[in-house]
Ligand binder design. Sequence first.
Ligand SMILES: NC(=O)c1ccc[n+]([C@@H]2O[C@H](COP(=O)([O-])OP(=O)(O)OC[C@H]3O[C@@H](n4cnc5c(N)ncnc54)[C@H](O)[C@@H]3O)[C@@H](O)[C@H]2O)c1
Length: 375
Amino acid sequence: MIIGVPKEIKNNENRVALTPAGVAEIKKHGHTVYMQANAGTGSGFSDADYTSAGATILPTIEAVYETAEMIIKVKEPIAQEYNLIREDQLLFTYFHFASSEELTHAMIARKAVCLAYETVEKADRSLPLLIPMSEVAGRMSIQEGAHYLEKPLKGRGILLGGVPGVPPARVLVLGGGVVGTQAAKMAAGLGAHVTIMDVSLARLRYLDDIMPPNVDTMMSNEYNIRERIKVSDLIIGAVLIPGAKAPHLITRDMLKIMRPGTVLVDVAVDQGGCIETCKPTTHENPTFIIDDVVHYCVANMPGAVPYTSTLALTNATLPYAIQLANKGWKKACQENRDLLSGLNVVKGEVVYKGVADAWGLSYTNVDDYLEMATV
Ligand SMILES: NC(=O)c1ccc[n+]([C@@H]2O[C@H](COP(=O)([O-])OP(=O)(O)OC[C@H]3O[C@@H](n4cnc5c(N)ncnc54)[C@H](O)[C@@H]3O)[C@@H](O)[C@H]2O)c1
């Protein structure tokens, strides 16, 4: 198969969908890879790195879309890319259709095959192509939180790990899923005293077993949250209710019972945030202050560490990309239900219920669609 990797053109997006190692792996399976010039520069990979791995460099984005049967990307196509997409072309990337009606209609009109990273789902309901970014954001939340706890950045002026004779900072992690677990591990590793709250007792049992002694677990409820935020220096918002807006576990009035200089990092801000006063911010201007409490609410945290994020993402996407290249999208999806659940829009038809529901569109069940398509 002929595979094309365009350079990401969305503002501030430095990730790339294939690393030189990924190119070498795909080449081993007998496929051809075209990279757009400078596609990997933002992640630290040069065109020479790609050519020595076996890719051919094309000068323009137009040439990549024109040549490739499968396009592998990171972010959803933006308006200037819509007309480059060809009928029957396979696009494997993040789409987040339910948050853009314009993109949904554009992809229906282009009649491409849109396989979305974010809905590829394993039998245990985990989302293997979202997990790596949650891992990055979870670990990063402590790094950022520690930074903003410094006095010149309006924090409490407390060192996470303390020093001999001075107690460490207290970190509260709301939600003990992927983000929360990675955050707790990082904070504990730096010597902080960590509390993880979750509504799942099974999850708390698991975390209690695997975490080091400076991490304790607590049931998440309003009473416990009110008690804990009074003494916490850094609070990480990491809750997720699949398919719904995040619940506001910390409300506006609760800021008053926190100590001045407390830092809130609401990682869940991309789902509306679990702290009422959080509004999405950017890496250029990541924080704002309300009632002397520092709010960090960057909606695309992994974007600040494109090298790590690219490697983490491609480690997870590459095995699926190889299946798609080896078998073609139809056979690959028929033989692997993880990939099947990634199909969102196929040749003008919406085959993912969440997307159809979001925009009031007609919907064809994906199994029925494939059956019809193979006849
Ligand atoms: N800002 C960013 O750059 C960025 C990057 C990656 C992920 N995220 C977001 O981070 C959030 C967490 O993602 P995840 O992968 O860890 O999800 P996850 O599903 O692995 O974990 C969510 C956890 O929240 C718990 N939870 C639900 N309701 C709760 C409540 N009321 N109190 C306490 N815990 C509760 C669940 O039991 C679960 O353990 C998501 O909104 C995700 O989109 C943001």
